[in-house]
Design a protein around this ligand. Structure first.
Ligand SMILES: Cc1cc2nc3c(=O)[nH]c(=O)nc-3n(C[C@H](O)[C@H](O)[C@H](O)COP(=O)(O)OP(=O)(O)OC[C@H]3O[C@@H](n4cnc5c(N)ncnc54)[C@H](O)[C@@H]3O)c2cc1C
Length: 335
């Protein structure tokens, strides 16, 4: 809602996370969002709340305290089985009106992309989608929401000084969860769902669970990623060999995906997946900003490129100058 004076602004407190639920289970991205929420709340000396909507009592809601929550608001209703964005938005809006959170974070997942903007519209506030960084402005206390703009060529910092709550979504893999502390305690609040049958224009007839994708880049500890320098689909066989030796997964730049050398599920970057892996080995990837935003938080970055001056080679912890078709087979032999 629009804020017209300081008193109104001060009524809003707490940082909320809308839990990402999948078949009544809490999805790991919720813990990543909690990590971000915890940091924001600690800065502003406020509390972290999590909204959990599910069809039955969720398993281990107290785990959310271990990952940084102070308060868990649970709404259960058999009609919340599956996902109806209109219905969930109605419930969350009522909770926002009642508790007045200052900040609301959600996942930039398929589900979050349907739900969170709907809430923002109903709450008459702004929303910054796909944030890569969140912070608090020292003077105003406003949320600073950073995201790539103009095709990733600049990073825009967006503020919402005149509306509350301030809302942002973050893609899975962008934020880090905190180390869980199972001695942390919090408050569980049960709220009733007043479901308005008119709220949903659709109903779920059947749910089909997709087989777990073989390409699980966000969970991989090592990623061997190839770009245009890999020269073709056969070049990726070389990367797969290195991945098999190291227990890693294969990623790709958009140039490689657009060339049809490897499917889109492997793409890393602004229009692909965001990863925060232990070791990222970039092979023949120049490191344009749209690629870097998807992998730059990896712990160790190794780049292999013929050109030592590319952005990827400049940012890498270890830059190996040379022909990847000589270096990778040598690495495979050595391992
Ligand atoms: C809106 C928008 C969104 C985008 N989203 C993404 C995204 O999500 N992900 C993404 O990756 N890109 C994205 N891009 C594209 C991005 O701008 C770059 O075009 C792309 O990342 C380049 O891919 P590359 O590094 O593989 O290719 P190039 O830039 O062509 O780099 C190839 C590298 O391979 C090296 N090389 C060549 N041969 C060898 C060899 N034999 N041995 C070693 N090195 C060699 C070259 O020196 C060069 O550095 C996006 C662009 C736009 C405009």
């Amino acid at each position: 809602m629009r804020i017209t004076n300081l008193n109104e602004k001060l009524q809003y407190e707490d940082v909320w996370v809308v839990a990402e639920m999948l078949l009544d289970k809490i999805h790991p991205v919720t813990y990543e969002l909690l990590g971000a929420a915890r940091a924001l709340a600690d800065y502003g000396a406020s509390r972290v709340g999590v909204i959990v909507l599910c069809s039955k009592e969720p398993e281990n809601p107290t785990d959310l305290f271990a990952f940084g929550a102070d308060k868990v608001i649970i709404v259960t209703n058999p009609q919340l089985k599956g996902f109806l964005d209109e219905t969930e938005a109605e419930i969350i809006i009522r909770l926002i009106e009642k508790y007045k959170p200052e900040i609301v974070l959600g996942a930039a997942s398929s589900r979050g992309r349907a739900l969170i903007p709907r809430i923002a519209v109903k709450a008459n506030c702004g929303l910054t989608a796909d944030c890569t960084e969140l912070g608090i402005d020292f003077e105003s206390g406003d949320l600073l929401q950073t995201r790539p703009a103009f095709g990733g060529n600049i990073m825009a910092i967006i503020r919402s000084p005149n509306h509350r709550p301030q809302m942002a979504t973050v893609r899975p893999g962008v934020m880090k969860s905190i180390t869980p502390d199972y001695s942390r305690k919090g408050e569980i609040i049960y709220e009733k769902a007043k479901l308005n049958n008119q709220a949903a224009f659709k109903r779920i007839i059947e749910s089909i669970t997709k087989e777990e994708n073989a390409v699980n880049l966000t969970q991989a500890q090592i990623i061997i990623a190839g770009g245009r320098g890999v020269k073709g689909a056969e070049g990726f066989d070389l990367l797969r060999e290195l991945a098999a030796k190291t227990g890693g997964a294969v990623g790709a730049s958009r140039a490689a995906v657009d060339s049809g050398w490897i499917p889109y599920e492997h793409q890393i970057g602004q229009t692909g997946q965001t990863v925060q892996t232990g070791t990222y080995i970039a092979c023949g990837i120049s490191g344009q900003i749209q690629h870097l935003v998807g992998m730059q938080s990896s712990a160790l970055i190794i780049a292999i490129d013929k050109n030592p001056d590319t952005p990827m080679m400049q940012m890498a912890d270890i830059a190996v100058v040379g022909d990847l078709f000589e270096i990778i087979p040598a690495l495979v032999r050595e391992i």
